[in-house]
Unconditional design. Structure first.
Length: 253
């Protein structure tokens, strides 16, 4: 019998808690470790989900020789640094969306994965949704003709108290947190269209392979630039993501 792939999870938030029961349904893997920002939180989470090892430091978990794959589920702004460190430790990675906060980081991460011969992937569940997969089959068969226009929309209320959604330092904001879904959906069907024209709207609320992911992040970069140019014309050359410091590769979660 083939050995099960041994997974570790980085981050102990709500998305991780919702994902672990699905991983438990997969017969060829086992979750062997979890890391969090503090040892007590890691211990509590490990006890709740029956994970045998818990770490209060991300680096310590990466040093575990019994870990093959790391699932990264932390705030968006930490994804690149944590993924890069895991890759350098020889671990395969599945990283929550968005893989990184811009296309340049995604290209760098892809280069690192090739250099260290590990698998790296964005956890874009939508690509594996049976309805979406069936739609791709229909489109690829030419049943509805060439796709020339896509209208998408997605959203939910995020009160100011929901810190990460409003934090640039953590990679928050509607575009990266939810917009990544609709732009990925469009990219899936327009990737071969040649030139792609992007239009975006603004609404005030009253109160391995990674090539497709990189293309999506390039589109996100372009949408962000157009939104800023349209609604903040006086900003000059300032791009808020340019001001986010590079996280050290020994970052802990």
């Amino acid at each position: 019998m083939a050995r099960k792939t041994r997974w570790a999870v980085a981050g102990t938030g709500g998305i991780t808690a919702r994902t672990l029961p699905d991983l438990a349904l997969t017969e060829n893997l086992e979750v062997v470790a979890v890391s969090s920002r503090t040892q007590p939180r890691a211990d509590t989470f490990a006890s709740e989900f029956g994970i045998p090892r818990s770490y209060g430091a991300y680096q310590a978990m990466l040093a575990d020789p019994d870990v093959d794959v790391v699932y990264i589920c932390t705030p968006n702004g930490s994804h690149f640094a944590m993924a890069a460190q895991a890759v350098r430790a020889g671990k395969h990675i599945l990283c929550e969306k968005p893989l990184t906060v811009n296309a340049a980081q995604a290209r760098r991460l892809a280069d690192l994965a090739r250099e260290h011969n590990v698998f790296a992937m964005e956890a874009m569940w939508m690509k594996f949704n049976p309805a979406v997969q069936r739609l791709r089959e229909i489109v690829e068969a030419g049943t509805i003709g060439a796709v020339r226009h896509i209208t998408t929309g997605m959203g939910f209320p995020a009160p100011a108290a929901a810190g990460r959604f409003w934090s640039a330092e953590q990679g928050g904001g509607a575009l990266l947190d939810l917009g990544v879904y609709v732009i990925t959906f469009a990219e899936m069907f327009l990737a071969e269209a040649g030139e792609v024209t992007v239009q975006s709207g603004w609404t005030e609320h009253p109160a391995h392979p990674l090539s497709a992911t990189i293309r999506t992040l390039e589109l996100i970069d372009e949408v962000r630039r157009r939104l800023l140019d349209t609604h903040y014309p006086a900003r000059g050359a300032l791009d808020p993501w340019d001001s986010i410091p590079e996280l050290p590769l020994d970052v802990r979660t």
